[in-house]
Design a protein around this ligand. Structure first.
Ligand code: SF4
Length: 209
């Protein structure tokens, strides 16, 4: 998160996943305390592996911009991209989409996660990517979001991004803005299971473990 020159907060889309896990974690991170875990390093390595594989598999294909891919979709051609940087000025969001497919039947935004459970925070993160993409490229194509097991590459969860979902996400955006501007207290999780797995548990006074 950073505050721009107009005093507005901008968020990294992955921060919505952290907020859903525990807002106190977010407070530590925003105050400059960052703990890198072994799992995070493994995640980065796996992402790199998938990216290398993708580059190898697509090396003979013609490169197109996202705008061109959206035009090609109208002609029935599907384009794919990995590690797509995205920025939404209206919602003040930044992020990197793991994998995206743009085709005649719509856009699919994928995120590769550990395991076979689609956690609420991961779903929110995907919906925020959808909001940022729509804002950035103004496409009328339907957007689906999908969580994939990063090791098996099997789909874990998939949903269409709808107007109702957008409304729910607006509430989350508002809450994040209030947290960033110190207009709301950070709420700790009440789940002992989450605290037991938390990297910040040694320093946290609110832990439930
Ligand atoms: S120990 Fe629990 S309450 Fe504290 S930051 Fe971690 S998850 Fe949140």
């Amino acid at each position: 998160m950073f505050i721009d020159s107009n005093n507005n907060p901008w968020f990294s889309i992955s921060e919505f996943n952290i907020q859903s896990y525990c807002e106190l974690q977010l407070k530590y991170i925003w105050s400059g305390i960052r703990i890198t875990t072994k799992q995070m390093l493994q995640g980065t390595a796996r992402h790199k592996e998938l990216e290398t594989k993708f580059i190898e598999e697509t090396k003979d294909l013609e490169e197109v911009t996202i705008e061109e891919a959206l035009e090609l979709a109208k002609k029935g051609i599907t384009s794919v991209a990995r590690e797509l940087r995205i920025k939404s000025f209206n919602f003040r969001l930044n992020g990197i989409i793991d994998h995206i497919e743009i085709g005649p039947t719509g856009i699919t935004i994928l995120d590769d996660k550990v395991g076979d459970i689609a956690y609420p925070g991961s779903k929110t993160q995907l919906f925020m990517y959808a909001i940022a993409f729509k804002d950035c490229y103004r496409s009328d194509l339907d957007i689906r979001v999908r969580i994939r097991n990063r090791d098996t590459l099997q789909t874990v969860w998939e949903e269409v991004f709808t107007e109702n979902v957008f409304n729910e996400m607006e509430e989350k955006l508002q809450r994040m803005a209030e947290l960033a501007m110190h207009e709301r207290e950070f709420e700790p999780t009440n789940s002992p299971k989450k605290c037991a797995a938390c990297s910040y548990k040694e320093m946290c006074r609110s832990k439930n473990n």
